[in-house]
Design a protein around this ligand. Structure first.
Ligand code: SF4
Ligand code: SF4
Length: 336
């Protein structure tokens, strides 16, 4: 069988899966987020996952509304929160006055969102991928937490009224997970889904430990009576976008996919346009989440519009190109 037929077969088997766009739990680039949500809504994502911040949610909803008017697409809106310290909820910083004038500025070159300029890191554009941190030869770049506190969670949920919430957790953090789950339950917000994002970030932990941790959380979430999503993070960040990074999440899926609690299973962490190629034809998960890679392939087009103080959908030809790129990424997972 030649490779073209192979891909057609794979597309058939992988079709109609759940796909989520991850805008980034610390991504506050409002202008880009609106375009991003418009593009991927038209391309066919089922849900869009954004930071738990009202202005971000407004921008995401504006993009989704645009897509609804254009083609009737209306993905659900999920917000990400964490039950503790988490690299998804961080930003980078450095003091630009300490930079030597002859620095070749590797930090600026490596940043996928052009968040770095001569004034340092522009907080709103940084989503905490961490790539710049080790790029500085003088170690000038550090990270800081950027997380919603438990005290603010109930009020934020009431203001935003998301369709779904994703709780980022770690294997050993059961007590703080229970606290967050209770806050969500007591907020009386009617959710359509609760997602749990967990990986093998902690050293000394094995896939079986992750499976046990997810079963513990299943018992806790049962009383919420809401459909559950288990996000298997093969890598800690979706910022790892090299061609083979999707192998880690596929490996994790093959290892414990059949031992997870009831709910929809979604791959994440290093996922990109190659991830489906590492899957077996008869063993696709329920879905996938795309983060950095989804943003990277259309970022130059969004930047072009933003530099002219416009939204990308004000440039129909470029918008069409961005939607085409987004659809290509989703193709192995969707019929159209
Ligand atoms: S490389 Fe990543 S962490 Fe560094 S400034 Fe850019 S977005 Fe932020
Ligand atoms: S790489 Fe380091 S020294 Fe160079 S511009 Fe970036 S932060 Fe400054």
């Amino acid at each position: 069988m030649n490779s073209e037929i192979n891909l057609v077969e794979k597309n058939k088997i992988g079709a109609d899966k759940w796909v989520k766009l991850i805008c980034g739990a610390s991504n506050e680039d409002i202008v880009s987020i609106e375009d991003l949500c418009a593009i991927y809504s038209v391309a066919g994502v089922d849900y869009i996952d954004v930071a738990a911040e009202q202005s971000i949610v407004l921008a995401a909803r504006a993009g989704i509304t645009w897509a609804k008017e254009v083609c009737g697409a209306s993905p659900g809106l999920m917000i990400s929160i964490s039950d503790g310290k988490d690299i998804h909820f961080r930003k980078a910083k450095f003091d630009p006055l300490k930079c030597p004038s002859n620095c070749s500025r590797p930090c600026e070159k490596i940043c996928p969102t052009s968040a770095i300029d001569f004034s340092g890191v522009r907080e709103k554009k940084c989503y905490g991928c961490g790539r710049c941190i080790n790029s500085c030869p003088l170690n000038l770049i550090s990270e800081y937490d950027y997380n919603l506190s438990n005290n603010d969670l109930p009020e934020t949920l009431k203001k935003i009224k998301p369709d779904a919430v994703e709780i980022h957790t770690e294997i050993n953090r059961i007590d703080s997970f229970i606290k967050v789950a209770n806050l969500i339950k007591n907020s009386d917000i009617k959710l359509k889904k609760i997602s749990v994002s967990c990986g093998l970030n902690q050293s000394q932990k094995k896939p079986i430990d992750l499976s046990k941790a997810l079963w513990e959380r299943y018992e806790i979430l049962l009383e919420h009576n809401v459909p559950l999503v288990w996000q298997l993070d093969g890598r800690p960040m979706s910022g790892d976008i090299g061609a083979t990074t999707g192998k880690d999440t596929v490996k994790l899926w093959k290892n414990i996919g059949s031992q997870l609690p009831p709910g929809l299973i979604q791959l994440a962490g290093g996922t990109n346009g190659k991830t489906h190629e590492f899957l077996e034809l008869n063993n696709f998960p329920d879905g996938i989440a795309f983060g950095s890679y989804a943003r990277k392939i259309i970022q130059p087009l969004i930047e072009y519009a933003n530099q002219n103080n416009k939204k990308l959908y004000e440039y129909p030809e470029k918008m069409a190109l961005a939607i085409k790129k987004a659809k290509n990424l989703l193709k192995p997972w969707k019929i159209s």
